[in-house]
Design a protein around this ligand. Structure first.
Ligand SMILES: Cc1cc2nc3c(=O)[nH]c(=O)nc-3n(C[C@H](O)[C@H](O)[C@H](O)COP(=O)(O)OP(=O)(O)OC[C@H]3O[C@@H](n4cnc5c(N)ncnc54)[C@H](O)[C@@H]3O)c2cc1C
Length: 194
């Protein structure tokens, strides 16, 4: 009936690891939530980093456009950032300033607590196929956990188009039927997570 305020009494806490700072920045734009994130003032010089699928695939695509050479340049850039970071620290630059050379790809850990109402909103935006792949993947894992934990509360959750018209207008992915099928099957005990 849309009396969504009752959902605010339920909170879920997620430990999110192995995402990039690029993705965590998108996550923390959701304001009705609490966050605790690993500080970059205390990371070790050989920090982990995320490699996007397009670059990872390029590694195995010798000779083609977006070739292995581009992937090698990416990894080389990460190593150089790491080396420069270590050099700055060794030279007495405080970690809070040395971290300015760390890339968006740097891995981070973050604890997220959201109430169920905000989770519905978060899922509507970030499970959409127009959302960036990494935040979408994180949202999908959070969605599966939320559904497993509280199936009734998240019965109607999903990207915006699952409940009605695609909210993206002219930017629609054009795959509404497929998306609805995907989220319907998640509610099927034989196929989904419930
Ligand atoms: C596909 C996609 C592309 C995006 N691209 C950009 C971009 O190019 N640049 C950019 O800056 N951001 C971008 N964003 C982020 C977006 O603008 C929002 O900051 C983010 O999605 C958080 O959502 P929100 O503001 O709706 O809600 P939340 O912060 O999750 O808050 C939930 C709801 O609470 C209410 N609320 C919260 N705070 C306030 C307030 N101060 N006043 C009134 N109501 C409030 C609103 O109803 C809001 O929808 C993008 C997001 C997506 C999904």
């Amino acid at each position: 009936m849309g009396h969504a305020s009752v959902l605010e009494h339920v909170v879920l806490t997620f430990g999110v690891e192995g995402i990039s700072r690029a993705a965590s920045h998108q996550l923390v734009r959701h304001r009705i939530a609490s966050y605790s994130q690993q500080s970059q003032r205390y990371v070790s010089a050989d920090f982990g980093y995320v490699t996007p699928g397009t670059i990872g695939e390029a590694e195995g695509r010798k000779g083609k456009k977006g070739s292995a050479a581009l992937a090698a340049l990416y990894h080389d850039h990460m190593e150089k950032s790491s080396a420069l970071y270590a050099k700055l620290l060794a030279g007495g630059i405080p970690p809070e300033d040395a971290r300015f050379v760390l890339p968006n790809a740097s891995e981070t850990k973050i604890l997220v607590t959201m109430n169920a109402r905000e989770l519905h909103h978060f899922f509507a935006l970030r499970l959409c196929r127009r959302a960036q792949w990494e935040i979408r993947e994180a949202a999908m894992r959070m969605f599966d956990l939320a559904v497993a934990q509280a199936p009734l509360l998240f019965e109607k959750a999903g990207p915006g188009c699952v409940r009605g018209k695609c909210p993206e207008g002219e930017f629609t992915c054009g795959q509404v039927a497929e998306v609805r099928k995907q989220f319907k099957s998640k509610g099927d005990p034989k196929e989904g997570t419930r």
